[in-house]
Design a binder for this molecule. Structure first.
Ligand code: NDP
Length: 419
């Protein structure tokens, strides 16, 4: 029995909400609140036909702490699931603290306006001190640690696949497979084809900002930054086949490096097709990925937001995407004094996801871990107050839930390593 408030009703939230409503014994009451209430109403109406979960809907601007506090105080949830955008993380955390309720999200904070001079000053200092220049980093949310501890509340950060499940795989490897881990390669492969020359699988603005940023990895206690897409490898993925993959900066590298300081090298690779890369480079070259507003025919527009309006809605890719994803982690390290390698991953089929929840596998592989993270907090399986990323927590109940709700793990003790 629980009462959960979900904020956001986009591609990922749709999957998480559908999965929550299929487990009404845990999610007995649920409110869907988002900027566009009509989307919440359409989903709620559909789900009420089959689910025992009592579903309500509301309109909320999650950039406004006051609106959030009003909504949370009136609904009185046991947990707030933030599945809106990373821009809203801090306002929702503030509102949760004020209303004394646990918080979770799927991606770490980044500002919507990267030209804001206050934010930029802190960002530029961080770039110099830390050595990576992605717009997102954990410092903003880690700064809430003491406030959540003092309030006896939990903020669970990044309960998606990557970040999220990848960190649970790290904790699982550490708990069951290794005494010490030396290297971690996180491999995110999307072997799906949606038939468009260019489309993003989740929110285009967030996605394009992430992949057009310089890449970086962690080695021997510091960051090494490289130009975007300048390290390329090939890998033969189980059930997908041979793919080109590129080294990216990714948020979980930062938290894994902090929480497992023994690890000498952590890298993140994502697969991209040539058409995606060619389009992205061209759009970047002409300024379409810029977040800085420009005047167009007397009206201010933000180029990347305009581009988002032109691109296919990620939620519409479901019926046309075929193929599989394969996401996981390859480890090297030691057990009982001997060298050891280990690979743990999940393979997910786009069309099977669509048949189950009317969504492609990218939203599915994010929405299911969000749904699985919620009961960890609701049932007290994860109950240490503070702000936590998933590698800090016991991976077993979470991985068990993932196995049960659609993202089963596969393991190999003799993987091909990435050179
Ligand atoms: P979408 O753009 O599809 O959905 C975002 C939702 O948030 C929409 O319903 C939108 O409302 C709502 N929203 C945006 N701004 C506000 C606001 N100010 N107040 C209230 N609601 C708002 O994004 P996705 O579903 O693709 O992504 C959701 C999250 O998941 C993102 O944070 C993304 O970074 C993260 N993600 C994490 C992954 C992981 O593996 N960890 C992988 C993929 C995504 P409206 O309908 O009005 O636009």
């Amino acid at each position: 029995m629980s009462r959960v408030l979900v904020i956001g009703c986009g591609g990922v939230a749709n999957v998480a909400i559908r999965k929550c409503c299929s487990e009404s014994s845990v999610f007995s009451e649920l409110m869907i609140a988002s900027r566009t209430k009509e989307k919440c109403d359409v989903l709620a109406e559909e789900l009420r036909k089959t689910s025992k979960t009592k579903i309500e809907t509301a309109k909320v601007d999650a950039d406004s702490k006051d609106e959030l506090v009003k909504l949370i105080n009136s609904y009185k949830p046991d947990l707030v699931m933030n599945i809106a955008l990373p821009y809203q993380d801090l306002t929702i955390m503030d509102a949760c603290l004020e209303c004394k309720v646990n918080y979770m999200d799927t991606a770490n904070y980044e500002p919507e306006d990267t030209d804001d001079p206050e934010w930029r000053k802190i960002y530029e200092k961080r770039c110099k001190e830390e050595g990576f220049s992605a717009y997102f980093d954990y410092s903003w949310q880690w700064a809430y640690k003491k406030k959540f501890e003092d309030a006896g509340l939990i903020a669970l950060l990044g309960s998606g696949f990557d970040p999220g499940v990848t960190q649970a795989y790290v904790a699982y490897a550490k708990k069951h497979e290794f005494d010490t881990i030396d290297t971690i390669d996180i491999l995110d492969c999307n072997g799906g084809d949606h038939g468009y020359k260019f489309a993003t699988n989740f929110n285009p603005e967030v996605n394009l900002r992430e992949v057009s940023a310089p890449g970086s990895y962690w080695e021997d206690g510091h960051w090494i930054e490289i130009p975007a897409m300048s390290i390329k490898r090939e890998y033969n993925f189980d059930q997908v086949g041979m793919k080109d993959m590129y080294l990216l900066h990714h948020e979980e590298i930062e938290s894994i490096a902090k929480n497992l300081p023994e690890v000498k090298r952590i890298r993140f690779f994502m697969t991209f097709g040539q058409s995606y890369l060619d389009h992205m480079r061209c759009l970047e070259d002409v300024g379409m990925l810029s977040t800085t507003p420009i005047m167009f025919e007397g009206k201010e527009i933000v180029p990347i937001k305009f581009l988002k309006a032109l691109l296919p809605d990620p939620a519409s890719l479901g019926p046309r995407t075929h193929g599989k994803t394969n996401i996981g982690c390859i480890f090297t390290g030691k057990k009982d004094g001997k060298d050891k390698t280990y690979y743990i991953y999940n393979v997910c089929d786009h069309q099977e996801c669509y048949r189950e929840v009317k969504s492609q596998a990218i939203s599915y592989t994010t929405g299911v871990p969000a749904m699985c993270g919620a009961p960890m907090l609701l049932t007290g399986k994860w109950n240490t107050p503070g702000v936590h990323t998933i590698e800090e927590l016991d991976p077993d109940p979470f991985i068990e839930a993932l196995d049960k709700y659609g993202l089963p793990k596969t393991e190999s003790h003799d993987p091909v390593l990435v050179k």
